[in-house]
Design a protein around this ligand. Structure first.
Ligand code: UDP
Length: 236
């Protein structure tokens, strides 16, 4: 394996949507792809895709009166839709990509295995992880930490709509304070809601560093690559 930094970028389903119109739009994803190309000499990326632009088990599933596990199944399928979109756009930009799917679905991606992940890392591919963990009652945040550990990522980058982690919602409170750094324990105990508790617990247990920053800011990934203090770092 070469000496590139390995990053697991968690891409929320919101990245597939124009924030102003709420409709599917490629701009943010294309900006991510351009930055992956610009960083390709120094960084290799694994991308975990969410599905929240289409369906979240605990939200839309509940609204429809579905049983929780079936609602989550639909959410898992939503991540697969985004995965296929992402792989197609990456390949149109001539980025060699391997896509894995945690559910058996050859049309959506290769079946996930540690051997497969290691081979894709060695090949130098950009890796798309879709289908979540394959299990209901999880979120793609937990999947991001899991796949980050599997590809031995230096850091998880969680792209959000705000420039880091705040003590309260900065959209609602003008006196909200941004953390430069935070421990997993503080994030869990203060219920800051930046990642779900299972994701934070897994990252804490295996000391997987997480960085939270605004993915919608121009050149955010380039800034994160150049500046270790960009965004909020969550560590032990
Ligand atoms: N999901 C699941 N298991 C997983 C990952 C995802 O059941 O391992 C379901 C869950 O219902 C979740 C939905 O898929 O709400 C979409 O994922 P997520 O909410 O993480 O998407 P994002 O908010 O990142 O767009």
């Amino acid at each position: 394996m070469d000496h590139k930094k390995r990053i697991l970028l968690k891409l929320t389903g919101e990245a597939f949507v124009n924030p102003a119109t709420g409709k599917l739009a490629p701009e943010t994803i294309i900006a991510v792809i351009n930055q992956i190309q610009l960083l390709s000499h120094s960084h290799q990326f694994g991308l975990v895709v969410g599905g929240g632009n289409f369906f979240r088990g605990h939200k839309e599933g509940r609204m429809l009166g579905m049983t929780p596990s079936s609602g989550h199944q639909v959410g898992i399928l939503a991540t697969m839709l985004n995965g296929i979109i992402l792989k197609d756009l990456l390949e149109q930009h001539e980025i060699s990509t391997t896509i894995f799917c945690a559910l058996e679905c050859p049309a959506a991606g290769k079946p996930i295995s540690q051997q497969g992940i290691t081979a894709a890392v060695k090949k130098g591919d950009t890796i798309v992880f879709t289908g979540g963990t394959g299990n209901p009652f999880f979120t793609t945040d937990t999947n991001a930490v899991l796949r980050g550990l599997q590809m031995e990522a230096t850091e998880i980058w969680k792209g959000t709509k705000v420039d880091g982690v705040y003590d309260k919602d900065p959209m609602l409170h003008t006196d909200a304070r941004r953390y430069d750094q935070l421990t997993y324990l503080e994030a869990i105990n203060k219920k800051l809601g930046i990642m779900d508790p299972p994701a934070l617990a897994l990252a804490q247990q295996f000391d997987q560093h997480v960085r939270v920053f605004n993915l919608f800011e121009p050149q955010a990934m380039l800034k994160a690559a150049q500046d270790d203090t960009f965004g909020t770092c969550i560590t032990n």
